[in-house]
Design a protein around this ligand. Structure first.
Ligand code: ADP
Ligand code: ADP
Ligand code: MG
Length: 650
């Protein structure tokens, strides 16, 4: 076995690989870009090497830098994770030429499967059923359009170099073929630098079912059963499960045989996935599934296979790469129970699943769930950012239960107890999907999400009760961190307000909600919004509320309702009226100063930013005036220190 490996990846998969390596006593070396300097994978690894600026092309895709880092640290092998360099045969050759081991298949295997058209031709020869279509060399419009007519509409145009659902167009009508082809080519050229395409029969009521395969360098190949990844948006997986619901025994047997045959046809070594598409228009049938592509790497959704087989796929990868035989024979590999994985992304389902970015000020996952075991795979901690440079995945929530119903219940329950604030996420969408009656019945095809998009992405406005809770949490004049959320402490200690009743504001402008909070004593309060009064106690805000800069988020099941909170310091300044100085009501750091002594400023103009209690507060001018004195940038100020003094004007 290796004594040290380098992980050429980031995020959850880097952390995942480090975990197994550590358990096996292997030293781990991480690499990181400038954007990931403080990332979790850097912290978890035994050693970490900087490899370049944030864009992947200048860091995680720099083969030379990564190989040099491995040599420098004495790592014997490189694990590529998924994405980035994981399916790049030239990288494998460079790694090998440098005297290192690539933890994955040979460059020849990757090349054989790298282009979808060539892979299909190869599979056809090996006797594996392939989606009917044209995967030849010709690329002229007339040829492709003729082939499409022969195949029969609807057809799917696919980039031969495609991945991640890019460069794909469904065409229902011959009139649209030319436009769709041009679109697929443009997208393929931009994403993969290769605009060659293939044309396939569009399978009706398609189910995506894939088989985990494993080979070693001694000629052995096995399967680890199937995963169903039919829950997709924009041809990308969002929820996966194992085993596939409603899979007949004869179909499983035929599919597993086809998958092992495919792996053997390319003398495959390591972890791989054979993706099939099945026509489920009349239920799953042993003769209605076809090879789609092979992913020659560890798959994002590999944990569901681990949960139902009880095996560690990263351990198998390491063993096989170091020359060992496969740890188990085919008949020793067994299925147990049912598992789901939900991919939690920073994205906005209501806006076409638009990727989002943000700092995850609050991040909490459940440790247990009703009906099953929970496993979280993540590469971020509270306070970490989802940056625009990489995949916006926050975490994978994996559950395992004795049967599909129990596992699905556990999934819904776990999503209901997931709390993320600081960025929009797809958690509410995933929770709705987990409770969808068709999904629950196992009747999932790849079009389900699109057909039900409106229902699955609908948002309900926050109830008055939730607003009351949010206003109560927001009422702290002293901003609290989620862990020490005690707004009342602040209430008592802050003299700008009446000690027994005060107003708390949420939102801005038209959307503003004003709640009046009355302290009843004994840790009990009444929160009034208009005519409605909600009794709350100190413990009401525990757990399900997060305060973060300028906002408060209240969680109700899987949904987080976020409200902007007008800055209390600014409000205090405004309420103080024509005061001639602004003081710091708590110790903090003067982070940025935007105005200078002698300057004439207008009411509302930002003067400085005070960082206190891990939050930033913009201090704005409470009225028009001329500044006489202003705190220095970088100054550490104490409670009550002068921040801004205005000139007395007559
Ligand atoms: P899986 O097939 O393992 O479920 P995805 O298809 O979602 O995973 O892709 C896994 C990761 O690899 C994602 O980060 C995706 O962006 C990336 N990826 C997949 N294929 C390619 C490709 N051909 N080129 C670049 N990145 C890719
Ligand atoms: P990628 O490399 O982007 O993962 P795939 O060939 O694996 O490309 O296809 C991605 C998804 O597109 C599949 O999971 C499936 O939902 C859909 N798809 C692919 N081929 C077909 C087809 N012939 N008919 C219907 N849907 C398909
Ligand atoms: Mg695929």
């Amino acid at each position: 076995m290796f004594s040290s490996i380098l992980i050429a990846n980031r995020g959850e998969i880097a952390c995942r690989i480090i975990r197994t390596a550590r358990r096996m006593g292997i030293v781990t070396v991480a690499v990181y870009s400038d954007a990931d300097r403080n990332a979790l994978h850097v912290k978890e690894a035994d050693q970490a090497i900087a490899i370049g600026p944030a864009p992947a092309a200048e860091s995680y895709l720099k083969a030379g830098m990564i190989i040099a880092a491995a040599k420098e640290t004495g790592a014997e092998a490189i694990h590529p994770g998924y994405g980035f360099l994981s399916e790049n045969p030239d990288f494998v050759e460079q790694v090998t030429a440098a005297g290192l081991v690539f933890i994955g298949p040979s460059s020849a295997s990757i090349r054989a499967m790298g282009l979808k058209d060539a892979a299909k031709r190869l599979m056809e020869k090996a006797g594996v059923p392939v989606v009917p279509g044209y995967h030849g060399e010709a690329q002229e419009l007339v040829v492709l359009a003729t082939k499409a007519r022969e195949i029969g509409y609807p057809v799917l145009i696919k980039a031969r170099a495609g991945g991640g659902g890019k460069g794909m167009r469904r065409v229902d009508d011959p009139d649209q073929f030319a436009d769709a082809l041009a679109g697929a080519r443009r997208e393929a050229k931009a994403a993969f630098g290769d605009d060659r395409v293939l044309v396939e029969k569009y399978v009706e009521k398609p189910r995506h079912i894939e088989v985990q395969v494993f080979g070693d360098n001694h000629g052995n190949a096995v399967h680890l059963f199937e995963r169903d990844c039919s829950a997709q948006r924009r041809h990308q997986k969002v929820m996966e499960e194992a085993p596939a619901p409603g899979m007949p025994a004869d179909m499983r047997k035929a599919m597993m045989e086809a998958a092992v045959k495919a792996a053997k046809a390319i003398a495959y070594s390591g972890a791989g996935t054979i993706e099939f598409i099945a026509d489920a228009s009349e239920g799953l049938k042993a003769d209605r599934f076809w090879f789609m592509e092979m992913n020659t790497r560890l798959q994002v959704e590999h944990p569901v296979t681990e949960m139902v087989t009880g095996l560690d796929l990263v351990e198998w990868q390491l063993r096989v790469a170091s020359g060992e035989k496969l740890p188990l024979s085919q008949k020793e590999i067994r299925l147990g129970g049912h598992a789901f994985e939900a991919r939690i992304y920073a994205e906005d389902p209501a806006r076409g699943f638009l990727p989002a970015i943000g700092t995850l000020y609050h991040l909490r996952f459940p440790e247990t769930a009703e009906g099953g075991a929970v496993r979280i795979e993540t590469g971020v901690r509270a306070g970490d950012a989802i940056s625009p440079y990489y995949d916006p995945m926050i975490a994978k929530l994996v559950v395992h239960g004795p049967d599909r119903g129990a596992a699905l219940g556990a999934l819904a329950d776990a999503l209901d107890h997931t709390e993320i604030a600081g960025s929009v996420t797809n958690v509410p969408f995933l929770a709705r999907l987990a409770r969808d009656p068709d999904f629950a019945a196992g009747s999932v095809d790849t079009g389900l999400i699109e057909r039900k998009q409106a229902t699955l992405t609908a948002t309900e406005p926050a109830s008055l009760r939730l607003k009351a809770l949010a206003a109560f949490a927001a009422s702290g004049a002293r901003p609290a961190t989620p862990a020490a959320c005690d707004p009342w402490e602040a209430f008592d200690g802050y003299t700008h307000f009446h000690p027994l009743a005060r107003d708390s504001r949420l939102g801005q402008g038209e959307e503003e909600t004003v709640a009046t909070i009355m302290a009843l004593g004994g840790g009990r309060y009444d929160v009034a919004i208009g005519e409605a009064v909600f009794p709350l106690s100190d413990t009401s805000v525990e757990g399900r509320v997060a305060r973060w800069p300028g906002h408060v988020t209240v969680f109700d099941g899987a949904v987080g309702y976020t409200f902007p909170v007008p800055d209390p310091l600014q409000r205090a300044a405004e309420e103080a009226g024509g005061g001639h100085s602004l003081r710091a009501p708590m110790p903090g750091l003067v982070k940025i100063v935007r105005a200078a002594a002698g300057e004439r400023v207008e009411k509302g103009q930002p003067l400085l930013i005070l960082e206190a209690m891990k939050m930033e507060h913009t201090i704005a001018a409470p009225h028009d005036g001329v500044i006489e004195e202003i705190a220095a940038e970088g100054a550490q100020v104490t409670d009550g220190a002068l921040l801004v003094k205005f000139l007395e004007e007559k």
